[in-house]
Design a protein around this ligand. Structure first.
Ligand SMILES: NC(=O)c1ccc[n+]([C@@H]2O[C@H](COP(=O)([O-])OP(=O)(O)OC[C@H]3O[C@@H](n4cnc5c(N)ncnc54)[C@H](O)[C@@H]3O)[C@@H](O)[C@H]2O)c1
Length: 307
């Protein structure tokens, strides 16, 4: 009897999953309308480079006020100037996102001088690029502090006002490494699993509190041509262009979409990951040389140290 109930349960689950999948295909053809971000205050961590700079420019072009945070003062200021030269509104703050106290300090400065943040983009990230046993403890700690823990502190600083107003958006720039462990990326993958877990948990916390005006978007891209992963490559999976990724992120935020996994091959793999036996998943990963993907990684000049 119990077995029969289990079988019926599994069949029902498959039917529901199939219907949901069909509906999401319909959504692809007829996507949800995009909300306006004009007048929103968008804080982006790691705004001095790559995706952070791209998102800052894109949101500013849509009429948002940008609060740019980065540890790199010059690069952050360059982003702010680019936005201002285009007639947009932007304010720069130096912040070391690996330090909780510095995040709280900068957050207070933002509240005092710019206002309440309504879209929070946790984007700052680093990669150590070492095999686990070759990676110094402090670098592992720093990776966790920037890629995961910073999301806690920025959210603690800015979510209360969003909750009060039932208006806001949390954006987590995680990674495809946030649901697939990879050799040579143990600390990075762990930090991104953390970012994904936090984003998903916040989505639930907001949902059960019926805070329908506060949204969450979790971004999980494969390798992107920003410099962070120069030399890294997965066979059969294209390396994405930053402009394309930025456009997809901004659109996903404007559509209040939770998952943004790209390219589509990664999205498909993540969807079936839990359904196939481990031996099949491992064979697929070996075929695309996933676990050799960091063998030729150089990152930016100087990132790769002799291991
Ligand atoms: N590039 C990729 O292939 C890729 C793929 C998937 C996910 N991601 C994620 O996307 C995000 C952006 O990556 P990117 O490719 O634009 O990288 P990037 O290196 O171009 O930009 C990262 C920015 O974060 C800043 N930063 C680093 N440490 C900081 C700190 N302690 N405090 C504040 N700022 C700090 C850097 O100065 C830099 O401006 C990261 O979270 C990264 O993990 C990147």
């Amino acid at each position: 009897m119990a077995l029969l109930k289990d079988i019926i349960g599994v069949v029902l689950l498959f039917v529901v999953a199939l219907v949901a999948r069909l509906l999401s295909v319909v959504r692809l053809i007829f996507p949800a309308g995009k909300k306006s971000v004009s007048g929103e205050i968008v804080l982006i961590t790691g705004a001095g480079s790559g995706l952070g700079r791209g998102m800052a420019l894109s949101f500013a072009r849509l009429g948002a006020t940008i609060v740019a945070w980065d540890i790199n003062k010059e690069a952050n200021e360059a982003t702010v100037q680019m936005i201002r030269q285009e007639g947009g509104k932007a304010f720069g703050f130096v912040c070391d996102c690996s330090k909780r106290e510095d995040i709280y300090r900068a957050a207070q400065e933002v509240k005092d001088s710019v206002g309440h943040v309504t879209i929070l983009v946790n984007n700052a990230g680093i990669v150590s690029g070492r095999k686990f046993l070759d990676c110094p403890d402090d670098l592992i700690q720093k990776t966790m502090d920037i890629n995961t823990n910073a999301h806690f502190w920025t959210t603690k600083a800015f979510l209360p006002h969003m909750v009060e107003q039932n208006h806001g958006h949390l954006v987590s720039i995680a990674s495809a490494a946030g649901f697939a462990g990879t050799a040579g990326l143990a600390d990075y993958c762990t930090s991104k699993f953390g970012a994904v877990g936090f984003a998903d948990s916040m989505r639930h916390e907001l949902r059960v509190q019926k805070l329908t005006g506060v949204h969450v978007t979790c971004v999980c891209p494969a390798f992107i041509n920003t410099g962070m992963f120069t030399g890294a490559k997965v066979k059969e999976v294209e390396t994405l262009e930053p402009d394309y990724v930025v456009q997809q992120i901004v659109d996903a935020v404007r559509r209040n979409q939770f998952w943004l996994v790209m390219p589509w091959k990664i999205a498909a793999a993540s969807a079936i990951q839990g359904l196939v036996p481990l031996v099949v998943a491992d064979a697929a990963a070996d075929f695309i040389k996933q676990h050799q993907s960091m063998d030729n990684w150089v990152g930016r000049q100087g990132d790769k140290k002799d291991n």
